[in-house]
Design a protein around this ligand. Structure first.
Ligand code: ZN
Length: 695
């Protein structure tokens, strides 16, 4: 199931200076390091700490045209991509001395960069795909095409936080909720290309405007595929009507946050009874699905809705929907007009990007996204020394020890529940940097002539890998992020915390900085992931990763009271997202709990660490700031980033993370230590009336 992650995944976009150079850099860019010279001493820390800590940097570093997010971790994004680029450029020449992995990643990158071939062959590549769909004659034909799209477009195996962006639904092997030691088949809702179901249903003017632009985008895609304009518009309306019906039937993202709502065990006969018009036997046969103890259907109501569509919509409408799903899924690998049209809606309208990223960056990212563990080995060799791995592991264990003491000291928990919590924490597997065993890509064929085919090959491999898990024991050592990723995650079912090498770099982990800075930066990240195991979602899983209620009734009540303090605090207007846009604190409660608990843990751990060295939080450094102040400043520095307003709106309405400014201000305002550090008093904005605290 979806795991608690640190940041907005896959949006990371960054570079060192504006505007972005189209040509690949010749050397590694400079990284951003924490420095109190960035503090805006004219701002008032107790009124807006984010402005005080980050305002000066943000003012001096506007967002480049091709970026949607721009902050202190942006140079790291470019740095990581440049490390990968150097390896890819070495391997992209057709050289018989390349290893098998070097050939695959090198040729994947080469074919992606070869826009001349892509532009010249797009029509020829699309022709058989359009013909396949045109020749569908009956309902089994719809099933066949959905299976084909799942096997050729990246992502059909991956239930996301909200829904799968895959034709009609998502399918994969996932840990069983009741017995996490084994994988079963999971069938998830999907089929919608907009970021969340509310995008189809909300009635405010901005939502309507976005839907009108979406209709226009679908129309343009059909025109590019050869349809006359009138027909294309009529077809786009069919797609919109079908996706809107799916959105109405889909489960709400807040309801999806409770894993008990997703754990609907069914036999194949029951799955078939839900949506008899879909040929399940045929689908399972095509995707070579292994035997499963049972199926988990995350959202039965969604499949009842799909059944209505299968029954009532004419075959032609389904062909139109599938044609759109195909064009949408293939667009990033097609000719420039398709890519531009795709950019125009999904990156410009929804996120606010003014210009496309340079081609080399898109190709580095897609190589990482599709063949991540073949490419990631080079990143680890070049960028992640054993000393970093060692130190980060120490930090993780240090924070876990502190949490153990924190649990013991919690006056609202009964001894029974504390015992279970301690057991869960002790059973957590800490994964740092990269996998011990790298994925075997020997069955993936990558060539130099068709980027679209390469992408389909990699997507098919990845899809099959997930399907093949069905019926097998759970593997806790596998990674869900690639090594150069600037992110981290906790997975409740494997009971693991995972920190890719990509985030274990400045400004998050900085071997050149002292402990105070590192606890405030990477320490808070580590604490965040550890706390996910005990947020409103994570706490429902036990030490073995099973969905099991190990809380006494009174402990649950106490927990929920504290959780409500957080979700109420974060249910707020977000002026940066546009007039009237409000965050739903119930959607972000898990991430907010992790932010609050994570920083608290990091501070407790730092205090212990300083005491061991005979130092204290109150001591001043040469820059005139106390250690306690530097800790909070270092934390704020990692979240120093601006977003385009379009992106903020899209995220507030669809993403479980709070916007950076509130990840700083709402967290520090819950900490009496912050109040003390900056001499704030009651009534000031950074002093929350009720200090919310769970962990
Ligand atoms: Zn998180």
């Amino acid at each position: 199931m979806a795991a608690g992650v640190l940041a907005f995944a896959a949006l990371g976009s960054a570079q060192h200076s504006a505007p972005s150079p189209q040509a690949p850099p010749k050397e590694l860019p400079k990284l951003e390091h924490f420095n109190t010279a960035n503090v805006d001493s004219k701002a008032e820390p107790c009124e807006d700490f984010y402005k005080y800590a980050d305002g000066k940097w943000l003012e001096a570093n506007p967002i480049p045209a091709d970026q949607v997010v721009w902050g202190t971790s942006s140079p790291l994004q470019l740095w990581n991509e440049t490390v990968l680029l150097q390896a890819l450029e070495q391997n992209s020449a057709d050289n018989p001395k390349r290893t098998a992995n070097e050939q695959k990643v090198g040729d994947f990158y080469f074919a992606c960069m070869d826009t001349k071939t892509i532009d010249a062959h797009t029509a020829e590549w699309l022709k058989p795909e359009l013909e396949r769909i045109a020749s569908i004659k009956d309902k089994p034909g719809i099933t066949e095409e959905i299976a084909h799209l799942h096997q050729t477009i990246p992502g059909a195996w991956a239930p996301s936080d909200n829904q799968t962006d895959a034709a009609l639904f998502g399918f994969s092997g996932q840990a069983d909720f009741d017995n996490a030691s084994r994988n079963v088949a999971l069938i998830d809702q999907g089929g919608m290309a907009l970021p969340a179901r509310s995008f189809y249903l909300d009635e405010d003017p901005k939502s309507k405007e976005i839907r009108e632009k979406y209709l226009k985008h679908i129309t343009n895609m059909f025109v590019l595929a050869g349809e006359p304009a009138d027909q294309a518009r009529a077809d786009a309306e069919v797609v919109m009507a079908m996706e809107t019906a799916m959105a109405k039937a889909a489960m709400d993202p807040v309801a999806r946050r409770d894993p008990r709502n997703l754990n609907n065990k069914m036999s194949l006969a029951q799955v078939k009874a839900l949506a008899p018009s879909f040929d399940w036997d045929l689908y399972l046969k095509i995707v070579k699905s292994p035997a499963t103890p049972h199926y988990i259907v995350t959202s039965p109501a969604f499949f009842k809705g799909a059944e209505v569509l299968l029954n009532q919509q004419p075959l032609d409408h389904w062909k139109t929907y599938l044609r759109w799903q195909m064009l949408h899924g293939y667009a990033p690998a097609l000719s420039e007009p398709f890519e531009r049209e795709n950019f125009d809606f999904f990156r410009h309208t929804l996120y606010g990007a003014q210009q496309m990223l340079p081609r080399w960056r898109r190709c580095v990212r897609t190589t990482d996204g599709n063949l991540g563990e073949a490419l990631g080995q080079v990143y680890v060799e070049r960028a992640f020394p054993a000393s970093s791995k060692q130190r980060v592991l120490q930090l993780v264990e240090d924070l876990q020890n502190v949490l153990s003491k924190d649990i013991e000291a919690a006056d609202w928990m009964t001894p029974e529940t504390k015992k279970q919590a301690q057991e869960k924490m002790r059973a957590t597997l800490n994964k740092i940097g990269y996998p011990d065993l790298w994925r075997d890509y020997s069955s993936v064929t990558i060539g130099r002539s068709s980027y679209l085919l390469n992408r389909a090959q990699a997507a098919g491999f990845e899809y099959q890998r997930w399907v093949n898990k069905i019926g097998t024991p759970l593997d806790r050592t596998e990674w869900g992020m690639t090594p150069p990723t600037i992110n981290a995650y906790e997975d409740p079912q494997t009971n693991t915390v995972n920190f890719p090498a990509g985030i274990l770099q400045p400004p998050f982990f900085d071997p050149k900085q002292d402990d105070v800075v590192n606890y405030g930066a990477i320490g808070a990240v580590i604490g965040h992931e550890i706390i996910h195991g005990f947020d409103d979602q994570g706490r429902k899983f036990d030490a073995q990763g099973n969905l099991r209620d190990w809380w006494t009734e009174s402990d649950t009540k106490e927990y929920e009271k504290r959780g409500k303090c957080i979700s109420d605090q974060y249910t707020q207007e977000i002026p940066e997202a546009g007039p009237g846009v409000k965050q739903d604190g119930k959607l972000t409660q898990g991430e907010d709990t992790a932010d609050n608990g994570g920083l608290h843990l990091a501070l407790l751990a730092l205090e212990r660490d300083l005491a061991r060295q005979g130092k204290s939080l109150g001591e001043k450094g040469p820059d005139g700031f106390t250690n306690l102040q530097r800790f909070f400043l270092a934390y704020a520095f990692t979240w120093c980033e601006h977003y385009r307003p379009e992106l903020i709106r899209t995220l507030v309405l669809s993403n479980p993370h709070s916007y950076s400014k509130y990840r700083v201000n709402n967290v520090v305002s819950n900490m009496p230590e912050f109040k003390k550090a900056f001499g704030c008093h009651d009534g000031q904005k950074m002093v929350h009336i009720n200090f919310c605290r769970i962990w």
